[in-house]
Design a protein around this ligand. Sequence first.
Ligand SMILES: Cc1cc2nc3c(=O)[nH]c(=O)nc-3n(C[C@H](O)[C@H](O)[C@H](O)COP(=O)(O)OP(=O)(O)OC[C@H]3O[C@@H](n4cnc5c(N)ncnc54)[C@H](O)[C@@H]3O)c2cc1C
Ligand code: FES
Length: 465
Amino acid sequence: MDPLALLFPVLALFAICLAGVVFVGTRRRVRRGWRELALTTDGFVIRLREARIRPARSEEEPDLAWEGYRKFRVVKKVIEDSKDETASFYFSPIDGRRLPPFVPGAYLNIRVEIPDQGPESRSYSISGAFRKDYYRLSIKRVPEVVDRKTGKVYPAGVVSNFVHDHIHEGSVIDIMAPQCCPDFGLSLEDEAPAVLFGGGVGITPMLCMWEEIVARQPSRPVWLFYGVRGGAELMDNAGDQSALIRIDSQVSEYQRLFYCLSRVKESVDENEQVVLIGGEDGSDRLLCEASRRLRATGVDPPIVYEPGRISVKGWIWDAMTPQFKAEAHFYMCGPGPFMKGLREDLTAKGVPARRIHYEEFGADSHDAMSEVAETNCDVVFTKGGSSKNMAWEGWRRDLQRLGKANGVQIRGTCGVGACGDCQTPILAGRVNHTRSPLPFQPTAGCCLPCVAVPHPDCTRLELQA
Ligand SMILES: Cc1cc2nc3c(=O)[nH]c(=O)nc-3n(C[C@H](O)[C@H](O)[C@H](O)COP(=O)(O)OP(=O)(O)OC[C@H]3O[C@@H](n4cnc5c(N)ncnc54)[C@H](O)[C@@H]3O)c2cc1C
Ligand code: FES
């Protein structure tokens, strides 16, 4: 063949490839140029630029996610409140590799080795915005509680107290890759106002959502409500190391922060004047009074201290414009009754369920736990032709823990019926789920052992696990 005849198609192919490279490069430059232009202008263009910021999702960088547990070292530990109840732990991977991004609202499952007890795992929400080199978790001690009426003693939490007392800077623990409960993660794909309600330590996923919006969508309206009994519980006692101090300094015209202090009560005195009473050392009451005085002058401060519990029945609802109410997504995390009340109030105000997102950290109350204690039932775990029999022990609180104590590992780490990973077929008998409504609906004939107990009428329960 004539070599010139071969040269022509080769050159043509080369020219097409070159044109392609130039075209892609130009488009990238145009995009970069658009961002640079956006940075130097304001208002509308800036919003366009922000809309282009893609949300942090681990699916985008699957190579960074990991299977099972990975070793992390505590690089910083901060006691957050003046009662020494809540501590933040900053965990960096000891392999030094970058961390995958996560959906704001995600949690980590951690595993610690408890002396004389073995490994224990629990879930904790990530309490800060995404960083490439560490995750922050804020963990509250679960104290021993004695029921005043019955005298029953509810033991102190195993893992929360262990990490407070034995995990310090330099300690190494196992952590699973971030996960998120269904319908709870914050979408960074739209700019709808976000209203975040955190009750007590339920503030942790809200801190993460707040920090992400402030960092990535600074003109998106976001209101954060933090409900505590008194100021001594606020996570602001560690100076400029505190999570909340950082929040205070971040508040802009789009962001509002409300502290609701339930130990400060509103009352009416003999002159029919509204007065505030209670609060630790009076200082909580003074904060609320100062905040009220400022608002009475017509100033709408970005940081507000209010007496009482978080509720959307009164001033909180009135403070939102009709458009804000019509578009906002409401996220909440805290004790069961707190969220039940908020959900009912929002529903009564006409907020559709698709705009109400919630996550619970565990059993609603000690009463709910003790209700399951007395059931008599034989439990059988069957798998691959072999079976393990055991008696139901109410104090184990759920079938997943009962199985674990008898050498039957049921996968799933959330422990609250949210991830669905522990779904298990029921071969015989009936169960009750201790949470209602269940965040994850098991398929017919299956249960979620992490929140399931034998039904009171059931004398023999067989699960395929
Ligand atoms: C998705 C998710 C996110 C979470 N995020 C956070 C977070 O950010 N921060 C945080 O602090 N927590 C968080 N939690 C809660 C956390 O996972 C643990 O549940 C919490 O720390 C308690 O664990 P523990 O081991 O200390 O307590 P446990 O030992 O598990 O005890 C829990 C409770 O059970 C009671 N109990 C124990 N034994 C009995 C018995 N025999 N009879 C009756 N009652 C008993 C204890 O008194 C205690 O009140 C989260 C939970 C979930 C599911
Ligand atoms: S462990 Fe997540 S649903 Fe049971």
